[in-house]
Design a protein around this ligand. Structure first.
Ligand SMILES: O=C(O)c1cc(=O)[nH]c(=O)n1[C@@H]1O[C@H](COP(=O)(O)O)[C@@H](O)[C@H]1O
Length: 235
């Protein structure tokens, strides 16, 4: 298992993306391509970034009927990405269908993980808006257990929940955790957050960090700060 920092490349054009990436002359960070960039530039952007030698988490958070998710995943499996995701809220059957679609004829596939509850969701909003009348932690653990039953490799959750997910699903079940902020940073729309150092302590495998790096005056320095807090001497 390789712990790492994944940069969320939430840009709306490839010009902005490349202006950002060109600053990294020494490192080849693991990158997350999400809806904004994918919808703006299409699958070609994934091929281009892969050709530059980056690992890619393609974050499209599929959530639909099982057949549609399966077919969409089959198309995404043609892209050489390292990780993809679905919403666990789509049910075990949907996650199983996604996994089936993602698996290539030769048996290989990217990692598949499931979003539990978004890190921007508070317990209060989950209970009042979504009418899920349970403690948020319990919902995250239940969704993680469902993802494991469906055969997925792990979940997206808050770093605050990573240790408990490991207790429930086993230490090899991946925890990919956005909702990361420096101690002196701005929370933005995130709710269930902690620092890279604390994420390391709790046991996240991957932290996903966007604005604290992409909006920093010196993004490379911010990335290095994340890496050093999260990985210590590991990288
Ligand atoms: O699946 C995700 O990546 C994701 C799940 C989640 O629960 N919360 C969450 O913030 N994300 C993504 O992680 C990134 C976090 O970005 P920042 O808040 O800018 O650090 C964004 O690209 C989100 O789309």
């Amino acid at each position: 298992m390789n712990r790492d920092v994944i940069i969320a490349c939430d840009f709306n054009s490839k010009e902005d993306l490349y202006a950002f990436l060109d600053r990294f002359t020494e490192e080849k960070p693991f990158l997350k391509i999400g809806m904004e960039l994918f919808y703006a530039e299409g699958p070609e952007i994934v091929r281009e970034i892969k050709a530059r030698g980056h690992k890619i988490f393609l974050d499209l958070k599929l959530h639909d009927i099982p057949n549609t998710v399966k077919k969409a995943m089959a198309v995404l499996s043609r892209l050489d990405v390292d990780m993809c995701n679905v919403h666990a809220g789509g049910t075990i059957a949907m996650m199983e269908a996604g996994l089936e679609g993602l698996t290539r004829p030769d048996g290989t596939r990217p990692l598949l993980i499931a979003v539990t509850q978004l890190t921007s969701t508070s317990e209060e909003r989950m209970q009042n808006d979504l009418l899920i009348d349970k403690p948020l932690d319990e919902v995250v653990m239940h969704y993680a257990a469902n993802a494991k039953i469906a055969g997925l490799d792990g979940v997206v959750c808050s770093p605050l929940e990573a240790g408990k997910v490991k207790d429930v699903c086993g230490k090899d079940f991946l925890t990919v955790t956005p909702g990361v902020r420096f101690a002196d940073g701005d929370k933005g729309d995130q709710v269930r957050i902690t620092t890279p150092a604390k994420a390391r302590e709790i046991g996240s495998d991957y932290i996903v960090v966007g604005r604290p790096i992409t909006q920093a005056d010196d993004p490379v320095a911010a990335y290095r700060r994340c890496v050093s807090e999260f990985l210590g001497g590991e990288k």
